[in-house]
Design a protein around this ligand. Sequence first.
Ligand code: SF4
Ligand code: FES
Length: 252
Amino acid sequence: MIEIRIDDRKIEAQEGQTVLSAAKENGIKIPHLCFHPALKPSGSCKLCGVEVASPTGKQVVMLSCIMKVKKGLEVKTDSPLVMEAREKAFNKLLQMAPDSGRIRALAKAYDVKVTPPPNGCIRCRLCIRVCSEIVGAKALKMEKTPEGPQVVPRAGQCIGCGTCANLCPTNVIRVLDEGNVRTIFIKEMIAGQHTLGRCEACGNTYATESFLRHVEETTQGHPDTKEHHHLCPSCVKLMSNRALTEKERVKK
Ligand code: SF4
Ligand code: FES
């Protein structure tokens, strides 16, 4: 048997045994993912790093699933050097598997800070810009959160036009029309909920009442707005075509 020290515990290990296996046998926890007792170690996940002294005396991080025990070895499993290497290793794995609940749970169990799971938003701000620059409702903003910057609604500003959802390249913002109610979602969060107005000609729902009011207020005096804004786009088109045909007929 060989005596080694892991953190502040002296333990006995067998000749040829790995540090990880000796630690496990003694109930000392070291995170690991790619180790399997029935297989040769591969050193792929890099989660099992521990701090030891190198032959030159420098403190270094070595993979405990590969490193063999030797007489007098002193191992640290949660030093700042280990934590730094561990954080790097976890985040590298999460780059490849950002939604892995198992990796995230393991990181949490070892108090390792990892990048938050992506919510699909690429922070292009198209939604915020179109809502402010074109629609004029200024209903969205970018807010700092513990999960990083997120698009959030400004209370009471959404008019339910859905332009943000049309432009969002990753479908983070969605519009759901059910009955005569339109709901705008930013992921699972409700950004606005609005009653849909009906077309005066065909009776179909086509735009929210808040949006129609907004159009009326912002385009006051425009003849097209006055004449058509209670008609859905299909009916407007139909009527325009009819008017054109009538004009042609009168000309002849
Ligand atoms: S929600 Fe969509 S449109 Fe808005 S910033 Fe994110 S990806 Fe861009
Ligand atoms: S357990 Fe994956 S590198 Fe050691």
